[in-house]
Design a protein around this ligand. Structure first.
Ligand code: SF4
Length: 77
C-alpha cells in the first residue's frame, strides 16, 4: 500500500473527499491498523500513516478515531 502524500491529500480534499490524518502524537500502538487496515499502516518508524485511497467512506475510520488512545487521528477539513 502507498502512504498518502500532502499533495495527494490536497488533491482529494479539493475534490470533496474527506481524508483522515494522523498527527505527531501517535505512539504506534497499531489499534487503528487492526481496526481499519485498509486506511492505516505503520511506517518504518512504527508510527501510523494514512494509505492513499480514492475515498475513505465505510472503512471504519470513525472506529479507529474512537479507539486511538492519544487522539492522534482526525478528519482533515
Ligand atoms: S491508534 Fe493512534 S496511537 Fe495507535 S497507531 Fe493508530 S494513530 Fe497511532
Amino acid at each position: 500500500m502507498t502512504i498518502i502524500t500532502e499533495d495527494q491529500v490536497k488533491e482529494l480534499r479539493g475534490a470533496g473527499v474527506a481524508v483522515p490524518d494522523v498527527n505527531e502524537t501517535c505512539i504506534g500502538c497499531s489499534a487503528c491498523v487492526a481496526i481499519a487496515g485498509e486506511v492505516f499502516e505503520l511506517n518504518d518508524e512504527g508510527l501510523s500513516e494514512v494509505v492513499l485511497k480514492d475515498n475513505y467512506d465505510n472503512l471504519d475510520v470513525d472506529d479507529a478515531i474512537m479507539a486511538c488512545p492519544v487522539d492522534a487521528i482526525s478528519w482533515t477539513e
